[in-house]
Design a protein. Structure first.
Length: 150
């Protein structure tokens, strides 16, 4: 595979194996009828706590991206999502893990937002007001900006 890798905090040590496993992560870009998108803050106890990101999480064994996204959004923000539109992927090398992010757009969901992990949330437009934004999330804002400009 010929992915370009975004290296984050390059000055911090990685595991000593050159061959780190790739962790797949399903990420949801929830877009409402006013074209705003949902950002949430990473909860206490997780790496990069307090950084803003799109909701989602790691695939569990046997899950595909869509299944993981349905489960994560139910667990983390209390909504049941409708159709999942696979959009972009990114490979990000953090000190804690090498992750492949599968960004999906979601326009339909049911249920009221309920931050089950004590996160903050914000419905955003570009440019976003939330700070800091997680490094692996920043490219998505650039892609959304490019899409709006097209
Ligand atoms: N959810 C999400 N994760 C992102 C984004 N950008 C980005 O680099 N990531 C990275 C951060 C983490 O390394 C990884 C997600 O892992 P996580 O630890 O938050 O996932 P999880 O909810 O399954 O966590 P846990 O159950 O293991 O606590 O993806 C994003 O926009 N949304």
């Amino acid at each position: 595979m010929n992915d370009r890798v975004l290296v984050v905090d390059a000055d911090r040590q990685r595991g000593d194996s050159g061959d780190r496993p790739v962790v797949d992560v399903a990420v949801g870009i929830l877009i409402d009828s006013a074209s705003r998108f949902l950002l949430t803050s990473r909860p206490e106890g997780k790496v990069y706590a307090g950084y803003w990101e799109f909701p989602g999480g790691k695939l569990e064994a046997g899950e595909d991206v869509e299944q993981a996204l349905r489960r994560e959004l139910q667990e983390e923000i209390g909504v049941t999502i409708g159709a999942v539109h696979a959009w972009r992927e990114a490979l990000v090398d953090y000190p804690h893990a090498l992750v492949r992010l599968h960004f999906c757009k979601v326009f339909d969901w049911t249920g009221a937002l309920h931050m089950r992990e004590g996160q903050q949330f914000s419905w955003e437009r570009l440019p976003v007001c939330c700070r800091p934004v997680l490094a692996g999330t920043v490219p998505v804002l650039e892609w959304l900006a490019a899409e709006q400009a097209a």
